[in-house]
Design a binder for this molecule. Structure first.
Ligand code: ASP
Length: 318
């Protein structure tokens, strides 16, 4: 499944924002009208936050962080508040952010208390000598940076506890059961200066064990941005996205070849599928293309530019 932004016939847009809220078995009939409405409203709020920055001439990096924060705060998504529960019933959050202009990047995994993990990833990028911090160290750095901290009860929702119980009751289903719906969030943007950026945030997979880290916080797998190629944020069964190096692979194909952005994204998602993985990506290019590509029945997604916006959930919408 794929979709490309249009702005048909007009000059290239001066800015572009694409967001996702996870991919999986998201089908009509599985979701109540109220849930459908709440998710679309949250996607619109995230677009509002990022688009206001981009339309005002702000930086792509600020726009992707702002959009992801909105989705982290919304309990419908598997990031920040509403994160899924690990095997032991606790929440461990992963996030990453990358600036395509400088190719600076920041990432964290296994964070337990930071209200907005994407803000922590950005602090790692801008206020530490490192790119990637984990677990206790990430939590400690977060406190030292003065970021808002929350108790476990803030992050956990009744629905995530129910899903965790379902996972425990059906151990045969496996960690990659796409009925678990994922729900990772991400954003990619092009700003009016021609720079791209990408951000991704997640609670990971329900029932993850042994300090498991997915693709979302791994620069090159779940997130990548390079002004010479594009910006990418991924969602799906992380182990497959790591093995394909999805985000960097799409960027590299655009940087090195004369391949169309949609074709590059689709080809890399086909590699994920061929290995057995499901999920999707969002892509923005320095030319203003906004692209989605996914091999699941649905992906929560939204797109905005100077000439309008769209929000979609199911595979047959666009
Ligand atoms: N990619 C995430 C992970 O593997 C999960 C997701 O996107 O829903 O941790």
């Amino acid at each position: 499944m794929a979709a490309t932004s249009a702005d048909p016939g007009s000059a290239r847009p001066h800015w572009r924002l694409v967001i996702h809220g996870g991919a999986g078995v998201i089908e009509r009939g599985r979701m109540s009208p109220a849930e459908d409405e709440a998710i679309r409203a949250a996607l619109h709020r995230a677009l509002d936050a990022g688009a206001a920055i981009l339309a005002g001439g702000g930086a792509a990096l600020d726009a992707v962080e702002a959009a992801v924060r909105v989705l982290e705060d919304d309990p419908h998504f598997n990031a920040g508040r509403g994160s899924v529960l690990a095997y032991d019933g606790h929440i461990e959050m992963d996030a990453s952010i990358m600036d395509g202009h400088s190719r600076n990047a920041g990432a964290i995994c296994g964070a337990t208390a930071t209200r907005n993990p994407i803000g922590l990833a950005r602090k790692v990028m801008e206020h530490s000598p490192h790119v990637f911090l984990s677990r206790e160290g990430a939590d400690q750095f977060s406190r030292e940076q003065g970021l808002a901290q929350e108790p476990p009860a803030y992050f956990e929702t009744a629905e995530r506890r129910r899903q965790w119980q379902e996972f425990q009751d059906h151990p045969g289903a496996g960690a990659f059961d796409i009925h678990l719906k994922y729900g990772t969030v991400g954003a990619v943007a092009l700003d009016q200066q021609g720079h791209v950026a990408a951000a991704t945030s997640t609670g990971g997979l329900t029932g993850k064990r042994w300090g498991r880290i997915g693709d979302s916080p791994i620069i090159g797998a779940g997130t990548y941005a390079d002004d010479r190629g594009c910006a990418v944020s991924a969602t799906g069964a992380g182990e497959y996205f790591i093995r394909v190096g999805v985000a960097h692979e799409i960027c590299a194909r655009l940087r090195l070849g004369r391949v169309a952005p949609q074709a590059a994204a689709d080809a890399v998602m086909e590699e994920v599928r061929a290995l057995g993985g499901t999920g999707g990506v969002i892509v923005v290019t320095p030319e203003g293309d906004g692209i989605t590509s996914f091999n699941t029945p649905g992906m929560y997604r939204g797109m905005a530019g100077p000439s309008g916006r769209s929000v979609a959930i199911y595979g047959d919408e666009d």
